[in-house]
Design a binder for this molecule. Structure first.
Ligand SMILES: Nc1ncnc2c1ncn2[C@@H]1O[C@H](COP(=O)(O)OP(=O)(O)O)[C@@H](O)[C@H]1O
Ligand SMILES: [Mg+2]
Length: 452
């Protein structure tokens, strides 16, 4: 009897704590739908965030920033991410924690400058040579992996592209084949392939293309089959960040910096000046436009007076992203000073901020959020396990309740069950304590220790 080896390559799944958030969940009038786009409750803050999104879209936010204030686990980070989702994929979003500006390799102002420039997009229009048409035929040739014989990998593809007037058959190599598979290109899709870089882009599904398969729910828009030749010049719009351009220019300036940049080196100020000039010229020539993105700084009270004045100045400058700060501190000292100030921030900065409060959730809201997270993490909960988590969420914090789900899932699995029971939750809670318990534990320990 032969031995059967089952190869199961575990696919690492990155489930970010906020992966369930798709947007702000507002209706056309800007009113919050109780549960929508992955968000639950927090109605006023969501509606306020919706107004912010409109101000950003209408270019009416210059010189101002946003500050989310509220206790831990009330959705400050979640709302900042929802704003980014509303603004669309083209809008750069950079997240930073206030403590991340302190590093031994880089100056604070350099870290902030880089973050600001990553959060500023430049939309550039350029002419590229492309092959564009509807996919009439797609054949993928696969062969065995040279080192892992039981694995079959795609090697090349033959693809027939057609317009209403022309037809071209292309043979493309491994990399383009991978892209075709990854994007899931099928017959009937209208696509273009950049002749130079090989980048593949799906425009949509061809209208009236008789060979295309149609499903009840279409996730791709229907488009016309293009006219003219398959190979042609096309105007393509792409968005780079100022930081991308900084890297590009510094790399061109010297070969050395090409190899060291991105490790720990700083970008020379001349490179940034050159990029600014270049971008201004493109804007004057109507070849490019600025797309202000979002720079989100969580735990903003961790920044010091120098960083705050730097940010204030940045808000005033010609090119500035939208700056969103979040904090859970009330009246505290501004770091680097003895001055006590609201949220540990200088008044001249506070003057520029629109402040949005977030409030703690009630049991029903916590239940909804836990259900959404369980679904997102593909975790099944018995009814009383869900209620136990709700209770924990109310007593301790929403975040702790959400975090207990994964250990509880493993405990359940170890006991041969796929659904989490209330016992699994209680066991997980014994093994992993929440912050107030961990502090209490250390305090008791200290007291004992001192008595000896
Ligand atoms: N209103 C909400 N709807 C859905 N999920 C939420 C909501 N508020 C918070 N969450 C989720 O709960 C967890 C904790 O919220 P988070 O945004 O990190 O809180 P904060 O930043 O205020 O400490 C995260 O996983 C977050 O995505
Ligand atoms: Mg947060």
């Amino acid at each position: 009897m032969g031995i059967e080896i089952k190869v199961e390559v575990p696919r690492p799944k990155r489930i970010g704590a906020h992966s369930h958030i798709r947007g702000l969940g507002l209706d056309e009038k800007g009113k919050a739908i109780p549960v929508a786009d992955g968000l639950v409750g927090q109605v006023e803050a969501r509606e306020a965030a919706g107004i912010v999104v409109r101000m950003i879209r209408e270019g009416r936010i210059a010189g101002r920033g946003i500050l989310f204030v509220g206790p831990p686990g009330t959705g400050k980070t979640a709302l900042a991410i929802a704003i980014a989702r509303e603004l669309g994929e083209d809008t750069p979003f950079v997240a930073l924690s206030g403590s991340e500006i302190y590093s031994s390799e880089k100056k604070k102002t350099e870290i902030l400058t880089e973050a600001l420039r990553r959060a500023l997009g430049v939309r550039i229009r350029e002419k590229r040579t492309v092959y564009e048409g509807v996919v009439k035929e797609l054949k993928i040739r696969r062969s065995r992996h040279p080192m892992v014989p039981y694995m079959v990998i795609p090697r090349e593809a033959r693809i027939r592209l057609a317009t209403k007037d022309d037809e071209v058959t292309l043979t493309v190599g491994e990399e383009i084949t991978h892209q075709l598979l990854e994007i899931g290109i099928r017959r009937g899709d209208v696509i273009w392939i950049d002749a130079e870089t090989g980048r593949v882009f799906r425009v949509g599904k061809a209208k009236g293309f008789e060979e295309a398969r149609y499903y009840d729910i279409e996730t791709h828009k229907l488009v016309e089959v293009p006219r003219g030749p398959v190979k042609k010049e096309k105007e393509i719009v792409r968005t780079y960040t100022l930081h991308d351009l900084d890297l590009y220019v510094s790399a061109q300036r010297s070969l050395i910096s090409f190899f060291t940049i991105g490790v720990e080196k700083e970008i020379p100020p001349e490179a940034r000046r050159e990029v600014d000039e270049m971008v201004k010229k493109w804007i004057d020539d109507k070849k490019a436009e600025i797309v202000p993105g979002v720079l989100f700084i969580d735990d903003a009270h961790m920044m010091d007076i120098e960083a705050f004045s730097f940010l204030s100045r940045a808000m005033e400058s010609e090119f500035s992203p939208i700056i969103i700060l979040a904090t859970n501190r009330g009246l505290v000292k501004i770091r680097g000073t003895d001055i006590v100030s609201p949220h540990g921030m200088p008044l001249d900065l506070l003057d520029r901020l629109l402040i949005i409060p977030t409030r703690p959730y009630n049991a029903d809201e916590i239940r909804e959020i836990i259900k959404i997270r369980a679904n997102e993490e593909e975790v099944e909960l018995e009814d009383d396990a869900l209620e136990e988590l709700v209770k924990i969420g109310v007593e301790t914090s929403l975040r702790y309740a959400v975090q207990l789900m994964e250990p509880a899932r493993i405990i359940a699995l170890n006991n041969g069950r796929s659904k989490i029971s209330v016992e699994d939750i209680r066991n997980a809670r014994k093994l992993f304590i929440d912050v107030s318990q961990s502090v209490k534990y250390l305090k008791e320990y200290e007291e004992k220790f001192l008595k000896i």
